[in-house]
Write a protein that binds this ligand. Sequence first.
Ligand code: NAD
Length: 260
Amino acid sequence: MKNINDKVALVTGAGQGIGRGIALRLASDGADIAIVDINEEKMAAVASEIENLGRKVTTFKADVSNRDEVYAAVEHTQNTLGGFDVMVNNAGIAQVNPIADVEPEEVSHILKINIEGVLWGIQAAAAKFKALGHSGKIINASSIAGHDGFAMLGVYSATKFAIRALTQASAKEYASDGITVNAYCPGIVGTDMWVTIDKRFSEVTGAAIGETYKKFVDGIALGRSETPDDVASLVSYLASPDSDYVTGQAIITDGGIVYR
Ligand code: NAD
């Protein structure tokens, strides 16, 4: 694979889970990394892991649902690391509720983080690439729930479908600037997010703790749950020059659950 030596990548939600895995993988690929999250303690831990890989790293506390904070994160990245080449809009939250019980406040909350957070990230990154006068890569977190609507995850699925729409539209709008926009669609990744999902399923359905997660993992063709590294491999490709001719795609990495 062609490398991304000395490129600068910003990863949102990189304090843990998939975002942490992506940040570490892109650092191993040779990039300097800006970690953006709401949790400063977790960012600091990931930053020292990246320093140990011999790459430059900076952290910036920002809530991705706040447009000004996202623009400030991009500005900070360029000022601190001396460039800006790759934007990974990874931060997102889960929400589990049957359609019949969904309340307005929880819908506004998840839409602001999962949809607006990615929208501001696309906007801020593209504006910076254009100001710097060079191409760039924008990579967004969707999900298998962005291809199939999952029961009890209806609103979450809606936010992940929306990411595919934003990815396609912005890929078309920014293509003439040499900016590619793609999305990665993980399956069942064993992060804290799934601890939350599993717990909430058990509250609503009465399933034992761990049972829902096991049921989903048992349905994976390749026979195991996904790791952040599995997701990071795909993101590494989307961040590298090997994917220069790929844009507007929402690529599934799920071990065989949803087939497109
Ligand atoms: P996670 O909950 O383990 O980690 C999410 C990180 O994002 C945390 O560090 C958290 O502090 C940060 N974050 C949350 N809200 C934020 C905000 N408003 N601004 C900035 N940072 C914020 O989640 P994960 O499993 O690593 O998921 C990462 C992404 O991948 C999400 O977009 C998620 O929807 C998507 N995804 C996850 C799975 C899965 O199975 N875990 C599957 C498909 C897609």
